[in-house]
Design a protein around this ligand. Structure first.
Ligand code: NAD
Ligand code: TYD
Length: 339
């Protein structure tokens, strides 16, 4: 069994590579990644010597490169994590989101059609459903919730999902799609809420909370997401969408306060800054379908997962300091200075 994992040098793809090599030591894992600002070979360093692992640097939107990889490697299953993934960057510059997230998905599926695979799995997001109001805690996203996107990022992910379903219906491509809520855990790039707050707090820098900090996200420990994808590619029904989420809703400000507490840092570091444009209020997943059909349930409680995550950032300071000392500084200045 050979699994082609795109975006494996990123946060969730990297965790998935580690998880799969441990869980299925007999599988071959081929990682294809363009190594954008978010891709990091240090994330893959622990597996580079594994004879069941191979890394190829390529852009999923580069048709010739991707077809050549399929020709040479003949993967059985493709799991497409590769994407531009940060909402704030999509507001600054949507173009690359359309290219990678939509056209890249098309190229990957065209290669699957040409060379044949047993499964194409698209890693999508709950953000395709838009947001829920704060005053309706009874509402959740199900797989039937209409697509209703807010940001160029979520619009690009929703477009890709529609294309995946079209390739299934029109060409019979054996696809599945998963739509997951916000992940947290090791190897999370420090532009995202949780690692950004941990890194800033450890450096005694201001903690920039957008708006009033009351927006709610449904947080899932990344390993639980990896387990769900492993189940879907082996047992999920072809043509189906599975929502993945942990019933773990938290307001941003509560997360930031918790990080301060865990690190023994003062809440006076918290700084309220201008809100994100079009900021989604609340995400909340109903994971009944994946639970009933595949028996998946999240295993890591937030109170444990956040402790493990903070400990990982303490133990792996070099990993994130290398990032924040590089081109990230220009990004940070552009997004936060004078905000
Ligand atoms: P990430 O930004 O950490 O990593 C993305 C990876 O994709 C990087 O290694 C990058 O180099 C690579 N990449 C980007 N463009 C590429 C291209 N054109 N060709 C090849 N590789 C390319 O992202 P992440 O947070 O790990 O997210 C992975 C996937 O999961 C994405 O599809 C995202 O939409 C989805 N998702 C993320 C979350 C979350 O909370 N982070 C939640 C739900 C779904
Ligand atoms: P983020 O990690 O970017 O994920 P997403 O927007 O995909 O949910 O942001 C999570 C929440 O945290 C979101 O409501 C925006 C907010 N946020 C801040 O308040 N400050 C920050 O510096 C960042 C990066 C995010």
């Amino acid at each position: 069994m050979k699994i082609l994992v795109t975006g494996g040098a990123g946060f969730i793809g990297g965790n998935f590579v580690h998880y799969m090599l441990k869980k299925h030591p007999e599988y071959d894992i081929l990682c294809v990644d363009k190594l954008t600002y978010a891709g990091n070979m240090e994330t893959l360093a622990p597996v580079m010597d594994n004879t069941h692992f191979k890394f190829v640097k390529a852009d999923i939107a580069d048709r010739d490169a991707i077809f050549k990889i399929f020709e040479e490697e003949k993967p059985d299953i493709v799991v497409n994590f590769a994407a531009e993934s940060h909402v704030d960057r999509s507001i600054e510059d949507p173009g690359i989101f359309l290219k990678t997230n939509i056209l890249g998905t098309q190229v990957m599926m065209d290669a699957c059609r040409e060379y044949g695979i047993t499964r194409y799995h698209q890693v999508s997001t709950d953000e395709v459903y838009g947001d829920l109001p704060l005053d309706r805690p009874d509402l959740f996203f199900t797989e039937e919730t209409p697509i209703h996107t807010s940001s160029p990022y979520s619009a690009s992910k929703a477009s890709a999902d529609l294309l995946v379903l079209a390739y299934h219906r029109t060409f019979g491509l054996p696809v599945t799609i998963s739509r997951c809520s916000n992940n947290y855990g090791p190897y999370h790039f420090p532009e995202k809420l949780i690692p950004l707050m941990i890194a800033n707090a450890l450096n005694d820098k201001p903690l920039p909370v957008y708006g009033k900090g009351e927006n709610i996200r449904d947080w899932l420990y990344v390993e639980d997401h990896c387990k769900a994808i492993d189940l879907i590619i082996h047992k999920g029904k072809i043509g189906e969408i599975y929502n993945i989420g942990g019933h773990n809703e938290m307001a941003n400000i509560d997360i930031v306060r918790l990080i301060c507490k865990e690190l023994g840092k003062p809440e006076s570091l918290i700084t309220y800054v201008a809100d994100r444009k079009g900021h989604d209020m609340r995400y909340a997943i109903d994971p009944t379908k994946i639970h009933n059909e595949l028996g998946w349930l999240p295993e890591t409680m937030f109170k444990d997962g956040i402790k493990k995550t903070i400990q990982w950032y303490l133990d792996n300071r070099q990993w994130w300091e290398n990032i924040i000392n590089g081109e990230y500084q220009d990004y940070y200045k552009k997004m936060y200075e004078g905000r």
